[in-house]
Design a protein around this ligand. Structure first.
Ligand code: DOR
Ligand code: ZN
Length: 481
């Protein structure tokens, strides 16, 4: 007889296409059964989830954990603790650290750091620039994907020329790894910023004036052209404007392997918030006019944008509150507040909770080759789970964030929906809003499960609707390329 390690009893289990009243049995880190409580095996531990929603943990494909290089901003321990409090069970970390993650040695060093400190699972991006192309084949073995900066932002990573970018795509394409793009064209921004500075502008709005949406339109269009030419898979990070949706839609329609992402700040904040938040809201790309918000929501709804991520970019209060906007570090933390902010929109009726799971978990898992091992609660999947109280109302308080950076433009915002417990591969990492001791170092790298040979794929979401026979042997689900 099978004895499960844990049964999460009688919650509402959410997938990207359904919400069912069900219990979830977990053993050895895997989900072994989803179904009626009476069909669950005996378990060493049970958790009463009545009244709670049981979601696949979010996969945040865009975080900056600053490790190594900026210990006062964040490290892998504080960043992944923040993730756990935000219901995020896997993070993909960006390469603009010191040193940048652009050589096999730097990558190996970051893997050691993350493995020692991470509370949740992690993928690492390799930096793709003109002088890292030679390292692509080696780095491809242990990255979740590559990151290419078409425009300057924090860390002053050099921007490749179009020629360099084409070569970079040519080298990455055969590896199958996806290239995530900071799609803002540098030469436009540099000229604009110079003009603003010459005019003596140091106010927060000068930042957005130096980065009009055409920087993104031009960059997305050019990236799509090069991806189409080379067959490279690409992902457009942090979509901020209505205008850049056009080249994204057109590229998708042409069959380019392109996906898109937006972040909570582009749909929840606008230019009206600059007066209140000043440098705190400075982020690249900038938060724009409110007229951009609805088109971005629509693009999520119609599948033009595939993913919600955060661009979690911690800095110290001193670095965010300088008077001269050009000296303010760009970005703010987000990994911990994304889920409550989005559940608030679910509560407001903007979309349903299955839509949210599609954008935050299922699609990221599919796009980066982790599905159905991650991104879904179904037999054989890893038990990466966020258990949330959807009707719990509370107020975001920067001082209470797990991130070392306790300064965000969401401070004092009222939200409805709170992650109460977070499990990573069957283990509670955060329980009752407390980080569990001993979970530092529990996080594992996810790159190794990418691009395995595709197994015979059944429609996994169908398994949500049936009771899995207790005692059935469940093997780990492999990932699909
Ligand atoms: O505002 C930003 N901050 N945008 C980025 O692209 C990078 C990030 C950072 O690393 O601080
Ligand atoms: Zn970023």
């Amino acid at each position: 007889m099978i004895i499960a390690d844990l049964v999460i009893r009688s919650g509402k289990v959410v997938s990207s296409d359904s919400v069912i009243a069900a219990s979830v049995a977990i053993k050895d880190g895997l989900v072994i059964a989803v179904g009626d409580d009476s069909a669950m095996p005996q378990a060493t531990e049970t958790l009463d989830a009545r009244g709670l929603h049981v979601l696949p943990g979010a996969i945040d494909v865009h975080v900056h954990f600053r490790d190594p290089g900026y210990p006062h901003k964040e490290d892998f321990a504080s960043g992944t603790a923040a993730a756990a409090f935000g219901g995020v069970t896997t993070v993909f970390d960006m390469p603009n650290t010191i040193p940048p993650t652009g050589t096999p040695d730097a990558l190996a060093a970051k893997h050691r750091i993350a493995a020692e400190k991470a509370h949740v699972d992690f993928g690492l991006y390799g930096l793709l620039g003109e002088d890292t192309i030679e390292h692509v084949p080696e780095m491809a073995k242990s990255v979740i994907g590559f990151k290419l900066y078409m425009g300057n932002t924090f860390g002053k990573i050099p921007t490749p020329s179009t020629g360099g970018m084409l070569e970079a795509f040519e080298v990455v394409a055969p590896t199958g790894k996806r290239v995530s793009l900071h799609a803002e064209t540098n030469s436009i921004m540099e000229r604009r910023e110079t003009r603003m500075r010459q005019a003596g502008r140091i106010d927060p709005l000068a930042h957005i004036a130096s980065r009009p949406a055409v920087v993104a339109v031009e960059a997305v269009s050019r990236a799509a052209t090069l991806a189409e030419w080379t067959g490279a898979r690409i992902h457009i990070l942090h979509i901020s404007s209505a205008e850049e949706l056009r080249p994204l839609r057109e590229a998708k329609a042409r069959g380019v392997e392109i996906t898109g992402e937006t972040c909570p700040h582009y749909v929840l904040l606008s230019i009206e918030d600059y007066a209140r938040f000043a440098g705190v809201i400075r982020v690249n790309p900038p938060v724009r006019e409110a007229r951009n918000q609805q088109p971005i929501w629509n693009a999520l709804a119609d599948g033009t944008i595939d993913v919600i991520a955060t661009d979690h970019a911690p800095h110290s209060p001193e670095e965010k509150t300088r008077n001269d906007i050009w000296t303010v570090d760009c970005g703010f933390p987000g990994v911990e507040t994304q889920m409550p902010l989005m559940l608030t929109e679910v509560n407001a009726g903007r979309f349903n909770i299955s839509d949210y799971v599609r954008w935050s978990a299922a699609n990221p898992a599919k796009i980066w080759g982790l599905y159905p091992r991650k991104g879904v609660i179904a037999p054989g999947a890893e038990a990466d789970i966020a258990i949330v109280d959807l009707i719990r109302e509370w107020t975001i308080d920067d001082a209470k964030l797990q991130s070392l950076s306790k300064i965000t433009p969401f401070h004092r915002r009222r939200v409805k929906g709170m992650p109460i417990h977070t499990l990573v591969r069957g283990r509670f990492v955060m329980k009752d809003r407390t980080l569990l001791p001993g979970t530092r170092g529990w996080g594992r790298p996810v790159h190794a499960i990418q691009n395995l040979p595709a197994p015979h794929l059944r429609n996994i979401d169908q398994t949500m609707k049936m009771i899995v026979r207790v005692g059935e042997t469940v093997r780990p689900r492999e990932s699909v390329a």
